[in-house]
Design a protein around this ligand. Structure first.
Ligand SMILES: [Zn+2]
Length: 496
């Protein structure tokens, strides 16, 4: 059975018309875009959608997020990353979440993503204190159930926590240093074996929508053999290798102190950069680091809302663009930006660089921002040939907006209004793989109300546990504040 949209305003994001709205009809059959043009075939039994007063766009791609943080939405404010991590990814007194909690968490996160037009998630699933195969299976199961497209990671940290940060041990009591230092960590071989299993069990499941992704946490949080091994395995499996690189100034200081180089130079020297590599954040890079990124075909997820909330800094958008680096947009997790709505990130990306550079020719253009929110994000996820634009042969992930809403009144420039005016009120339908998964704010694939009821019933117990864990970790707050202040005052030298 096919779906046909007749004479809609369409933003294709393809090479011909990009973000410029055009009038098109689209035929969707077998989960793919079968035809797109001035007119398309309509056959008996087709579901026909009248395109009058409707805007059709590609589905949005969230190029960097952590579904773990769904349980932490709205809990914290005014904490820089190194202090915020103590609460959102606690070190002390933490027990693994049961798989049924992981499933509910993932369902709720996917539902909020889909109902805001995000059809692809790059979900860097970071479980604390460490990820089990059962927890990973629960995420894949939930995303299969709800019908979203996703890259889902096995995330790994295999360097002792206190070795990943500068200055901190001198401020910590010995018993804490011993307790944190005694936590068990995977070897590179163990993580790669876990990943091979995950590829076998989960990769290209959900009708091909779901992919396993390698995610060595960060250059300072993984051993060299793991960084290299994860890159090799990602290339061999044509999978994404997702890594946090230079999110904060403290991390740039850490690279200086640990290696006397930048983390980008360090990764290059390890052979841990490839076109399968995506840097999350990529803020504190030098100019020559950006050349290295471009030379190795590494892509970057730009996450300005999270970076503003944690005071991390601002990625050099124009410098990446000038060198042809592929950019996606990410919300990051729901503790550091408190929403999976990628259009808010698009608006922030379009605006924030205008106040840091006086030259308007260098400001992000709406077309560039929409590219990052769609096909650019898809490319960072190794899905550039699959989704991200409306073209014949691509999987049919698309959005249908109602143009009679207040947000689209008056109708001036639909591409501008998609970024600057649309507030979530206009989205009528969301399709993934040609299947309608959202209808006027309701997810059609699962019982949204029942899942939300179950989630609400669970949360008081989870919040009690979070409060207790917060109290246990608050002993680290003062020493980490001292470390943070020392690090931000420390002069950066490597590569500068
Ligand atoms: Zn992150």
């Amino acid at each position: 059975m096919a779906t046909v949209i007749v004479d809609a305003d369409v933003i294709t994001m393809d090479r011909d018309t990009g973000a410029t709205p055009v009038t098109r009809s689209i035929r969707i059959e077998g989960g793919v875009i079968a035809e797109i043009g001035d007119s398309v075939a309509i056959r008996e039994g087709d579901t026909v959608i009248d395109g009058t007063d409707r805007l059709v766009t590609p589905g949005l791609v969230n190029a960097h997020t952590h579904s773990w943080e769904t349980l932490y939405k709205g809990r914290y404010d005014n904490l820089p990353l190194e202090l915020w991590m103590l609460y959102s990814y606690p070190i002390l007194g933490i027990e693994p979440l049961p798989a049924d909690v992981v499933r509910l968490r993932s369902l709720v996160f996917a539902m909020e993503s889909l109902t805001s037009g995000v059809t692809t998630l790059v979900d860097d699933v970071l479980e604390t204190p460490g990820q089990s195969a059962g927890q990973l299976a629960a995420v894949f199961g939930a995303y299969d159930e709800v019908g979203i497209r996703a890259n889902v990671s096995g995330h790994v940290i295999n360097v002792p926590f206190l070795d990943t940060l500068p200055f901190v041990t001198r401020w910590l009591p010995d018993e804490i240093v011993r307790e944190v230092g005694g936590q068990s960590l995977l070897t590179a071989d163990e993580y790669l074996a876990f990943s091979r299993e995950a590829f076998a069990s989960h990769d290209r499941t959900g009708g091909g929508r779901l992919r396993y992704m390698l995610a060595p946490s960060a250059p300072q949080r993984c051993t060299p053999d793991l960084l290299r091994g994860a890159t090799e395995l990602a290339v061999a499996r044509d999978a994404e290798c997702h890594i946090h690189v230079l999110e904060t100034r403290t991390q740039a200081v850490t690279a200086d102190l640990l290696h006397g180089t930048t983390f980008v130079e360090y990764l290059r020297d390890l052979d841990a950069l490839s076109p399968n590599t995506t840097f999350a954040h990529g803020i504190w890079l030098t100019d020559s680091d950006i050349d290295i990124v471009a030379e190795h075909g590494v892509s970057v997820s730009h996450n300005p809302l999270s970076n503003m909330k944690l005071g991390s800094g601002l990625a050099p958008w124009r410098a990446y663009h000038d060198r042809g680096v592929t950019l996606g947009l990410g919300t990051d997790g729901c503790s550091s930006s408190d929403t999976p709505r990628i259009l808010e990130v698009a608006k922030a990306a379009a605006l924030v660089h205008k106040i840091t550079d006086p030259d308007p020719d260098r400001w992000p253009r709406v077309e560039e921002v929409l590219t990052a929110a769609t096909v650019g994000g898809a490319r960072t996820a190794r899905l550039g040939d699959t989704v991200g634009s409306l073209e014949v042969g691509k999987r049919a992930d698309f959005l249908v907006y109602d143009l009679t809403t207040l947000a689209f009144t008056p109708r001036s420039r639909l591409d501008h209004q998609w970024v600057y005016s649309e507030n979530g009120s206009s989205l009528e339908y969301v399709y993934v793989d040609g299947r309608r998964v959202v209808d006027h704010g309701q997810v059609t694939t699962v019982d949204q109300e029942a899942i939300l009821r179950e989630f609400r019933a669970m949360m008081p117990r989870i919040a009690e546990w979070q409060d207790a864990v917060d109290r246990a970790n608050s002993v680290l707050h003062e020493p980490f504040t001292r470390m943070y202040r020392e690090a931000v005052a420390y002069p950066l030298t490597a590569g500068r």
